[in-house]
Design a protein around this ligand. Structure first.
Ligand SMILES: [Zn+2]
Length: 405
């Protein structure tokens, strides 16, 4: 299958299509107001989008909208014809690479997940991952209902999206891997590479919180602690591609480690070689380390630790989760104090244990947020690995709309 670009030929048509795609259905006057373009410019730019079938007049249709909700029908006597994107006009594939699995989704233009495919990884060597991504994408492409924009790939670590290179991924053990070139050769399709947390933030920007928020943060908890920032209308990439590296701020320096693991008052040792990092008490591996030391059971699983803490049977294990919650809450307060978001979204597999973190998290947040920053709302997204892959699809869609530069 070959890729099919979007017919967006000018900055005005990019702006107008972005507005309709992410905020529609909208009337023409409202599209003009939100993009700052004249009605003549809107009409001129919309005509080829209607002709290409990626935008439609929604008011005359009663079919379900992109989210499954009924679309609006104009009131009698009022000829309003809102413009909406046509989700099924193009498909996108999004893929998340973890250290033991590749998870892929196929979506329409509005990043609604239509199908999921997974392949286990025997190891995280580059050729193994390239082959697995090819397999997942092949399975999904067979079922993609519309012409394809390309493949988005989300990887944790320091990612150069412009160059298509994974510069440093501790999880995969990769340094300077030209993943986009390798995958484009394997797939014969355009590939967009993005840091996984930034991809989730892009999905929130275009198809989630961004509709109602100008400044928000996405904080992921689980194997690592990550943070994506959306400030004054765009996702922050950072001058060097690094921004929002929350997990290795030494905010847990006073928290100590589990018995015997403390760094002489400097906090628990971290995988990065320092100590007192947020991850050193709040990442899944750190919680497991603390719970295993507390119980003396080197095989204890996270679910078992969570049950011990929930049942009240093991106060020391409960304290491990409290310490994690306090570190995450302090980290969230740091984000609120620095950036001033109206909302922080908590996502990632660690949200499965949110009930255990929550009391200490909210207390630490309230203690450390400065002034009005405490009004920042904390929303929790129920976790699904598909969401990471959907983020990769959203990053690909955004890049296809904006152009690949
Ligand atoms: Zn660290």
């Amino acid at each position: 299958m070959s890729a099919s670009d979007l017919p967006l030929r000018s900055p005005a048509s990019v702006a107008i299509f972005t507005c309709i795609l992410t905020q529609g259905p909208l009337g023409r006057i409202e599209v003009g107001r939100r993009t700052g373009l004249s009605q003549a410019a809107v009409t001129k730019a919309v005509a080829p989008l209607l002709e290409a079938g990626i935008v439609r007049h929604d008011g005359t249709l009663t079919a379900a909208g992109p989210s499954g909700a009924p679309v609006r029908v104009p009131a009698p006597g009022r000829p309003v014809h809102p413009l909406a994107a046509v989700p099924g006009a193009r498909s996108a594939v999004g893929v998340k690479v973890t250290d033991d699995e590749v998870i892929g989704v196929v979506t329409g233009l509005t990043a609604e997940v239509e199908r999921v495919a997974r392949v286990s990884l025997a190891d995280s060597a580059v050729p193994t991952v390239v082959e697995a991504v090819g397999e997942v994408a092949g399975t999904l492409l067979d079922s993609a209902p519309a012409s394809l924009l390309g493949v988005g790939v989300a990887v944790s670590g320091d990612i150069d999206s412009g160059a298509g290179v994974v510069r440093h991924s501790p999880l995969l053990g990769w340094e300077d891997v030209p993943l986009v070139a390798l995958l484009e050769r394997r797939l014969g399709l355009p590939v967009r590479l993005e840091n996984d947390v930034r991809a989730l933030t892009i999905a929130e920007h275009w198809f989630g919180l961004g509709v109602r928020s100008t400044t928000f943060a996405v904080v992921t908890i689980g194997a690592g602690i990550g943070c994506g920032l959306y400030v004054n209308g765009d996702v922050v990439s950072g001058a060097h591609g690094v921004a929002g590296e929350l997990g290795h701020l030494p905010l847990a320096a006073g928290a100590g480690g589990a018995a015997g693991a403390g760094g002489g008052g400097g906090g628990a040792p971290c995988r990065c070689g320092r100590s007192g990092c947020v991850e050193a008490v709040a990442a899944t591996w750190a919680i497991l380390r603390g719970a295993r030391e507390a119980t003396g059971d080197p095989e204890l699983a996270l679910g078992e630790a969570a049950e011990l803490a929930r049942s009240g049977a093991h106060p020391v294990v409960r304290a491990v989760f409290d310490r994690a919650g306090a570190a995450i809450g302090t980290a969230l307060a740091a984000v609120a104090n620095l950036v001033g978001p109206d909302t922080i979204v908590l996502a990632g597999e660690g949200t499965d244990e949110f009930d255990l973190y929550e009391p200490a998290l909210r207390e630490a947040f309230a203690d450390n947020a400065f002034g009005a920053a405490v009004r920042c709302a904390i929303e929790v997204r129920p976790h699904s690995f598909d969401d990471w892959a959907r983020g990769a699809a959203a990053a690909l869609i955004r890049s296809a709309v904006r152009g690949r530069t």
